[in-house]
Design a protein around this ligand. Structure first.
Ligand code: ZN
Length: 423
């Protein structure tokens, strides 16, 4: 066992030899995996979550000033580095309108967007809040056209061009997106997007509103769209079938430029910010580490979890309490020798630490030795093996907490090493 390769002075060959990592596939000229922007939508999309009610104070705390401590200006999500913050439509309620105005006035680095239905009235309300950009949306699938708004594609296109013209005149950014894009007629969709692109929108958006798309479907649609429009391509994936992060990655590979995220979102959420960042820090470590303040992720997720009264899921990428916990004996030995053996992500990048659990019957003496060293106890390998056997014996009988194992180690040390026990 090499002393220099422990958890303290660790090297991560997977990351330091990035080009040779099988997890960093060769990208073609269309790929934007190392050049994407995040549109953080927790305060819009996240409000649809069953438990969610974000009051202005929470919104401000997430995105700007801490009202109790103005000089600190927490600017939580803004300082995390997201490029855009998307807010609930100002026509949803009076308070939503006020929230848009308040957040626009904070002077954040991130651009502020609001998401409205495709009609002139909504567009005007959006402009009145002072946002940097307006995200227009309308359903284009036959389901939505028949069962929701009842409008024809001709009507949709005509209205789109009028509203886009108005917004351009007001000097705000415009995104035009269909809802339920994957169940829309491809020819309808592409001709509509070509028209709005020509009209001068900054982005077109595709949305997997029902969460049914697969990475392959996403790749094909985005790649086709990339050949049709000049503007940026925004993507929005729901996670009903567990593909939201993979779909976002596939979209970027196919030439999409923007990914919508939310933290611990609504229903099954859209691409979760934390899991997406976990994926992208492996795909494009230099870009992600230079652009996003990864150490703030945990505090951000905790803030949202508290606001909607849920726990961060135990198995959440990066921030779940099991994310960097290792237990099994052989596994723990390898982790202690070289963390890359079982970890693709370095917890230290996120200001977190790995935890090797020794309080179980599957623990190994290497893990126990590492804890002994952490506690500053001096024991020979033979003594560590002996105390490991003791821990295993006890763990067979009852569950052990970390405190329990620490006291076992301490009293064993006192007995054996300091000789004050009755050995
Ligand atoms: Zn959505």
């Amino acid at each position: 066992m090499s002393a220099t390769n422990g958890t303290n002075g660790q090297q991560h060959p997977v990351r330091s030899r990035s080009a040779s990592s099988p997890y960093q596939s060769v990208q073609d000229y269309l790929s934007n995996v190392a050049n994407f922007k995040i549109i953080e939508s927790t305060l819009r999309e996240g409000e649809q979550f069953a438990n969610a009610f974000f009051d202005t104070e929470t919104k401000v705390k997430m995105y700007g000033l801490n009202p109790d401590c103005a000089e600190k200006s927490a600017k939580a999500l803004d300082s995390f580095g997201v490029d855009f913050i998307e807010l609930t439509s100002p026509v949803a309620s009076e308070q939503s309108f006020k929230d848009c105005r308040t957040i626009c006035s904070l002077g954040l680095k991130a651009k502020i967007l609001t998401h409205v239905r495709l009609n002139m009235e909504d567009a005007k309300a959006a402009v009145a809040t002072g946002v940097d950009g307006v995200d227009l949306v309308i359903g284009t699938s036959s389901f939505l056209r028949e069962f929701s708004h009842g409008k024809s594609m001709t009507y949709v296109q005509k209205t789109a061009l009028e509203v886009i013209e108005y917004l351009k005149g007001e000097g705000v950014q415009v995104r035009f997106s269909s809802e339920d894009s994957f169940r829309s007629d491809l020819v309808d969709l592409l001709s509509l997007y070509k028209a709005v692109d020509t009209a001068g929108v900054q982005r077109v958006g595709i949305a997997d509103t029902v969460g049914g798309a697969t990475p392959r479907m996403v790749y094909d649609l985005v790649r086709t769209l990339r050949g049709v429009v000049q503007c940026d391509i925004e993507t929005h994936f729901h996670d009903d079938t567990g593909c939201a992060v993979a779909n976002a990655h596939a979209a970027l590979e196919a030439g999409a430029t923007h990914v919508d995220t939310s933290m611990l979102g609504e229903r099954n959420g859209i691409t979760p910010l934390g899991a997406f960042i976990a994926r992208m820090v492996v795909t494009a470590p230099d870009y992600v580490k230079s652009k996003y303040n990864l150490k703030e992720l945990k505090a951000l997720e905790t803030l949202v979890a508290d606001a909607v009264q849920i726990n961060i899921p135990f198995n959440n990428p990066v921030t779940g309490f099991c994310a960097f916990t290792h237990k099994a004996g052989i596994h723990a030995k390898a982790i202690l020798n070289n963390p890359s053996t079982y970890e693709i992500i370095n917890p230290e990048d996120f200001g977190l630490s790995r935890y090797v659990s020794i309080s179980s019957r599957i623990t190994g003496w290497n893990a126990v030795k590492s804890r002994v060293d952490q506690l500053g106890l001096k024991m020979s390998d033979e003594q560590v093996k002996e105390v490991t056997a003791k821990i295993k014996q006890l763990a067979d009988i009852r569950p052990l907490a970390i405190d329990d194992t620490d006291s076992i180690l301490r009293s064993f040390h006192a007995e054996q090493v300091e000789g004050c026990g009755s050995y």
